[in-house]
Design a protein around this ligand. Structure first.
Ligand SMILES: Cc1ncc(COP(=O)(O)O)c(C=O)c1O
Length: 423
């Protein structure tokens, strides 16, 4: 089979028989059981519809079905993947990045922590108590000790607590790998990377940036005191960004980058089955996973052609819309007497006011359910007392608050904020 029909944007006729069609119909029925993810009325979890171009590129490439493990299985898409990584490198300020795509943020973070361990067997992972839950789980997988660092009231890592932890570790002769989250999953809080860098230097610690959710905001118009932590990414050792979150990709697309390309040596392995078609780099030589979909690289590459990663471009404007949406929702809620946290990125956390933590939680849960009945889909979050600026009687250690991730440019809409805020 050749692929010349794709040159006319003609996708091959799939040889489906009646039995196949019946199965597909059954599948289509089952797929009805979903939330309306593509609608602006879905403003709950971090779910963003992929760009149609990305879907088309993914679908087109699936006919070839390349495997980016080795050039043996995916010559064209391996080259595209390297281009996508170079684009990320330019975006974050890594001049010669070593990196690749992954199935998602968890695997990408796993690799970054694994490289940290390979570079120093006696290293402990330090992370914000609000860091993504998979960090502690992946530390267990890797057999690495893991310690959380207290957060400040706004949910970002407390750099004073970090410095105390680093001092203690130094006295025990232990080196640290600091996981700095630029955009926590729950609150969208930004760890103070620029302030952490001098601490890491002083204690010879490694820095891994988990920007699975927030990484693309590097391109957006953030307030200066937040922007500086994104600018500082260039000083970190590694970073994870998920194109399947803010990068308009179908699921199955994360990315990990290392600043020092020599860290590729940790991956060194022999594969008696592959790597014989070319002396050039096979991506499998610098990945923990073996097979990976070349279609994911093709879709991301196509998206980057349409939306280059530049601060003044259309892609950055879409991110600015998300930031504006979070501010707009905050202002609308506040005008109606809601309690609202200051959004750092595009996640808005809010609560009905009240006197007692357990009662407020129950009211917020009821509000969340009432909205779902109105077909407006939000999320909930368990906010610990220490991150809560509102006065109340604390009969339970945390309150359930309402959480909304405003990832779509269409969320920048006053009518939607009014509908959300109406209780
Ligand atoms: C900050 C952060 N890190 C890691 C992850 C895990 O990424 P994935 O779900 O792609 O495995 C997430 C997911 O929400 C996240 O927000």
């Amino acid at each position: 089979m050749d692929w010349t029909h794709l040159l006319n944007l003609e996708f091959p006729q799939l040889p489906l028989d009646a039995a196949d069609e019946a199965i597909l119909k059954e599948l289509a029925h089952k797929l009805q059981d979903n939330y309306p993810y593509h609608s602006p009325d879905y403003a709950g979890q971090m779910i963003k519809p992929p760009l149609p171009l990305a879907q088309a590129a993914h679908w087109m490439t699936s006919f070839v079905n390349p495997n980016n493990h080795a050039l043996d299985g995916g010559r064209a898409t391996s080259a595209l993947e390297l281009e996508t990584i170079a684009a990320f490198g330019r975006m974050v300020g890594f001049s010669k990045p070593l990196g690749h795509l992954t199935s998602g943020g968890t695997t990408a973070n796993l690799e970054a922590l694994w490289v940290a361990r390979q570079s120093n067997a006696n290293t402990i992972i330090l992370a914000n108590e609000h860091a993504h839950y998979t960090h502690s789980r992946m530390s267990e997988v890797l057999g690495m000790p893991f310690q959380t660092i207290r957060s400040t009231e706004n949910g970002s890592m407390d750099s004073t607590a970090l410095s105390v932890a680093l001092e203690n570790l130094q006295s025990q002769g232990v080196k640290a790998t600091i996981v700095v989250t630029l955009g926590t999953t729950g609150m969208g809080a930004v760890d103070p990377l620029e302030d952490i860098i001098p601490l890491a230097r002083a204690y010879d610690a490694r820095i891994h940036v988990d920007a699975a959710y927030g990484g693309y905001f590097t391109l957006a118009n953030l307030p200066k005191d937040v922007q500086r932590h994104f600018t500082a990414i260039a000083e970190a050792d590694s970073i994870v960004i998920d194109p399947h979150k803010h990068g308009l990709q179908p699921y199955g697309c994360g990315a990990v980058l290392f600043k020092n390309p020599e860290e590729g040596r940790f991956y060194k392995h022999d594969s008696p089955y592959t790597y014989f078609t070319s002396d050039q780099l096979h991506l499998g030589e610098i990945t923990l996973e073996c097979s990976r979909a070349g279609a994911a690289a093709a879709a991301l590459w196509a998206t980057q052609q349409k939306f280059p990663y530049v601060r003044s471009g259309n892609f950055a404007q879409r991110l600015n819309s998300s930031l504006a949406a979070a501010q707009g929702l905050k202002n609308t809620l506040m005008a109606k007497g809601w309690w609202v946290l200051e959004p750092q990125l595009d996640i808005c956390i809010f609560s009905l006011p009240g006197l007692k933590a357990s009662e407020i939680s129950a009211k917020n849960r009821a509000f969340f359910e009432q909205k779902a009945e109105e077909n407006i889909h939000l999320a909930l979050f368990s906010l610990p007392q220490q991150n809560c600026p509102w006065q109340m009687e604390w009969d339970v250690p945390s309150i359930t608050v309402v959480r909304s991730v405003l990832m779509k440019p269409e969320h920048n809409d006053r009518a939607l904020w009014e509908r959300i805020a109406r209780s």
